[in-house]
Ligand binder design. Structure first.
Ligand SMILES: O=C(O)CCC(=O)C(=O)O
Length: 302
């Protein structure tokens, strides 16, 4: 490769800083090498880059098809494939999440350019979902392997935009299992009662933030970061006063592959419906829609 890379790991769990590659000049061979590094380290940081919007988008295209954000408007750039978050406009993602998991095909990767960063504060943390899965006890891993969860876009004001994913997904390239529930978009474990789901989901979404699984990155203006959205979550520290602006391109996704088929049917309440049935309303609505879709597909096939 024409630009020898210098790679420095940033924590025991994930993350590496990469120098020696101007991302505006990356070709297919360098992109392959960067992709291999991403599979190994899960999140990469390229300091002192400051790409133009065109260079940023061109870099992203090496890794797949790009998409704009499905719910957030993008008034700041002509590029439909790039979106911008400015802290002064509420653009601070201060809740742990993987991106866009309310879609059937959540993104596989995101590439972020720190356009303006506060002198202090506004760090971002990432957490390693392979580790979060691997370090569960065997019985809990086994239970999670057979469950699915409902995700929705309520944080974007669209709770009706929802889908179901496996609680444990298998990475299409590495074949490794990772936990795939997050506090921002995941609402309910489909096979459990609401009370049971609250306990398990509450536990898992806290567990994935265990500091042992994480890296915390202190930004400087011009740094580019990329993360594998299939096996990480991230969180922005909302502890700063100055402006903070990021621009992101997002590589379109795949359908998360389950570790095993769901081992149980969705939870459906028995005959005594009551006031607390409202807790099942969203799940019932999702299941109703799914039955309608299956029936209409069956009719089309007939
Ligand atoms: O602002 C950041 O550091 C991360 C932004 C974020 O959470 C996202 O793009 O999904």
């Amino acid at each position: 490769m024409s630009h020898p890379l210098q790679v420095v790991r940033l924590s025991g769990s994930l993350g590496a800083e990469v120098r020696g590659v101007p991302i505006g000049k990356v070709g297919p061979a360098e992109a392959k090498e960067i992709e291999a590094l991403l599979l190994e380290h899960l999140v990469l940081f390229f300091p002192e880059q400051d790409p133009t919007v065109d260079e940023h988008v061109a870099f992203g295209r090496h890794f797949g098809t790009l998409e704009g954000h499905p719910n957030l408007s993008n008034p700041f750039s002509d590029h439909p494939e790039l979106f911008e978050l400015a802290a002064t406009r509420g653009g601070i993602a201060d809740e742990w999440h993987s991106d866009i998991t309310f879609q059937d095909q959540p993104s596989i990767m995101a590439i972020l350019h720190m356009v303006k960063c506060p002198a202090v504060g506004g760090d971002t943390m990432w957490s390693n979902m392979y580790k979060a899965y691997d370090e569960l006890s065997a019985p809990l891993r086994d239970l999670c392997d057979g469950l699915t969860a409902l995700h929705d876009a309520a944080p974007h004001g669209k709770p009706e935009s929802m889908t179901v994913h496996p609680v444990v997904r298998v990475h299409p390239v590495t074949g490794r299992r990772s936990l795939f529930v997050n506090e921002h978009f995941t609402r309910r474990i489909v096979e459990l009662s609401r009370e049971e789901s609250d306990v398990l989901l509450g536990y898992l979404t806290r567990w994935v933030t265990n500091p042992r699984f994480t890296v915390r990155y202190r930004w400087t203006q011009g740094t580019v970061a990329m993360w594998d959205n299939r096996c990480t979550q991230h969180y922005v520290l909302n502890d700063f006063d100055e402006e903070r602006i990021i621009q992101r391109v997002t590589v379109m996704g795949d359908v998360p592959k389950a570790a095993s088929p769901p081992r149980w049917d969705p939870y459906v309440r028995g005959r005594y419906a009551g006031a607390t049935s409202r807790y099942d309303r969203q799940l019932n609505e999702y299941l109703g829609r799914r039955i309608q879709t299956l029936e209409s597909n069956r009719k089309d096939d007939a």
